[in-house]
Design a protein around this ligand. Structure first.
Ligand SMILES: Nc1ncnc2c1ncn2[C@@H]1O[C@H](COP(=O)(O)OP(=O)(O)OP(=O)(O)O)[C@@H](O)[C@H]1O
Length: 541
């Protein structure tokens, strides 16, 4: 797979960042200039206009054999443009969403300016009589949905690194929509079937920005009638409840896609028995991966996904931080062990803290599980400490016996005994099939780490909403807890002081925030208005 070239960040002169533009523009001023901008766009656009006849020829008169599928906006046909021979996907918009020529053209022009290697490129459009069609580059490799859930005999399962590269590419596409274009574009319908893959499995997001071409019409500043679209399994809770739609709604959907990549499970899978509906860690990883990934990589990917799918929109991370984290996880090393994420690379502190503490807390929590049986709940923290001491001691003994040049055979046996006794002491067989639920609570205010250390870019844009983040994860309680790699044990030594580690055992009640994949598809009619900044939609009361 040769995916990295298409993952470079585009530098578009036409696309100032949100921050740049917000500094310079006020909304009324922007409105005054709207017509001038549109005229400019028309001049600058590389979009082609097609007649209906041209597209009918390209798609063999919209013949059934050319039909790729039908989605919420209409049918999509594979076509070949004449005389160039360029292969395209032609989306014939449903007529009940008919827009006037002008509105349609304005929306299409704004879609046409979006240009990123991880977005499906809009090639052109047709507004002929009552026909409205969009023409896209044809993406050859099918959708992520096909690759994950509809495996074909000629196509093996994707390996871990490929999955992380797809996640990284998708995050780059979304980051472009959120952070690189002005005004930002809310995707609204990110899901595995909208992540198309080319022959090199490079992801391209499709179907973005189409909601304004759906049923109803209107200027940006007046009420839009728009169906709340998207599959409920991917839609953020606040969105499906008919509440606000923001950039963080997309982050939620992205988290679900990432979980699908990790688990190989569908966002909506009602075929599973009840007791399999909650994912259990670490068995949640897709079995076809055959454990060919590092446990730390899995921890961090799950941490990212679980941050994205938090119930509370304000605690979800910025897509730019998700993208940075995935850029590391998507690198494969020569030894086959994927890179894990250095924690100092994020704009938002909560991501740094969550990833670093997730790693150390997870290791600590495993040790805590082992010790839990021999302690009362009030002893839990000291149990973690004492277990850590034992691990450290054992490791020191290991290294000294190694340097004794083979004279440590007795010592090895002792260690094996020690390991076994810890194991027996720690794990109650009755609980082996149960899962231990652990709350990870991160409040950067309580963490003794300076701002500069946590953010390589300083605080150029703090995610004011992300001061506090909390997520749950289910940890399987089994023998493998004792079989940690030495590397993980080293991490415990080098992790922050015990005071900084907040591991809470959720022995009180079930928590609402647990990751759950059993959802239902919903479509609701709601009227929306955009806010002044154009970055979010609110339902009309
Ligand atoms: N640019 C493209 N290249 C190749 N195939 C495409 C392209 N765009 C869409 N398709 C395919 O056409 C079919 C219909 O796509 P469309 O996006 O309209 O619907 P959907 O994703 O199935 O549903 P929804 O409208 O709910 O997103 C899908 O199989 C999709 O993979």
């Amino acid at each position: 797979m040769h995916c990295f070239p298409c993952f470079s960040t585009p530098k578009s002169k036409k696309s100032p960042t949100r921050n740049e533009s917000n500094d310079n523009e006020t909304r009324p001023h922007a409105r005054e200039n709207k017509h001038a901008e549109e005229a400019e766009q028309l001049e600058e656009t590389t979009l082609k206009t097609f007649t209906f006849r041209e597209l009918a020829t390209a798609t063999k008169n919209f013949r059934q054999e050319c039909l790729l599928g039908e989605g919420g906006f209409g049918r999509v046909y594979k076509g070949t443009l004449q005389p160039t021979g360029q292969v395209v996907a032609v989306k014939q918009l449903d007529k009940h969403g008919l827009h006037g020529n002008k509105e349609f053209q304005a929306e299409v022009l704004s879609l046409g300016r979006l240009d990123h290697p991880n977005l499906v490129k809009l090639v052109g459009y047709c507004a002929d009589g009552d026909q409205r069609l969009l023409v896209y580059d044809y993406v050859t490799g099918g959708s992520l949905q096909d690759h994950l859930h509809e495996l074909k005999s000629d196509r093996g399962p994707m390996d871990w690194t490929t999955r992380m590269q797809i996640a990284y590419g998708a995050a780059q596409g979304l980051d472009y929509l959120h952070d690189k274009v002005n005004p930002p574009v809310i995707y609204r319908d990110l899901k595995a079937s909208n992540v198309l893959l080319d022959d090199d499995l490079c992801p391209k997001l499709s179907d973005f920005g189409l909601h304004k071409l759906g049923p109803g019409t209107g200027d940006k500043m007046v009420a839009l009638t728009s169906r709340v679209m998207g599959t409920y399994g991917y839609s953020a809770p606040e969105y499906t409840r008919g509440g606000n739609l923001t950039l963080k709604s997309d982050v939620y959907s992205f988290g679900v896609v990432l979980l699908e990549l990790i688990t190989g499970r569908r966002a909506l899978d009602t075929t599973r028995p009840n007791d399999e509906q909650n994912l259990r860690y670490p068995d949640m990883a897709d079995p076809v991966l055959e454990n060919k990934f590092s446990e730390r990589g899995l921890n961090q990917a799950v941490a990212i996904a679980s941050m994205c799918v938090q119930e509370e929109a304000t605690t979800r991370p910025l897509i730019s931080d998700v993208m940075v984290a995935l850029s590391f996880l998507s690198m494969s090393k020569e030894d086959g062990v994927p890179t894990t994420v250095p924690i100092l690379s994020f704009r938002d502190k909560s991501m740094s803290i969550a990833l670093s503490r997730h790693d150390s807390d997870l290791a600590s929590s495993k040790l805590a599980v082992e010790d839990e049986k021999s302690s009362t709940s009030s002893d839990k923290e000291s149990s973690v400490d004492s277990m850590k001491e034992r691990v450290i001691k054992r490791e020191e003994e290991d290294s000294s016996s190694e340097s004794d040049d083979g004279s440590g055979s007795n010592s090895d046996e002792e260690h094996e005994e020690d390991r076994n006794s810890l194991s027996t002491e720690a794990i109650d067989e009755k609980n082996q099939a149960q899962s231990l639920k652990i709350n990870y609570r991160y409040s950067w205010e309580e963490v003794d780490v300076s701002d500069e250390k946590l953010s390589s870019k300083g605080s150029q844009k703090s995610n004011d909403e992300s001061i506090y983040s909390c997520y749950d994860i289910e940890v399987d309680h089994d023998d493998s807890l004792m079989n940690k790699e030495k590397k993980e044990e080293e991490d415990i030594h080098s992790s922050k002081s015990d005071d900084d580690q907040s591991v809470y055992f959720d022995d009180v009640s079930e928590d609402d925030n647990e990751i759950s994949f059993h959802r239902i598809k919903s479509e609701v009619d709601v009227d929306y208005v955009e806010d002044d900044s154009g970055t979010s939609l609110h339902p009309v009361k």
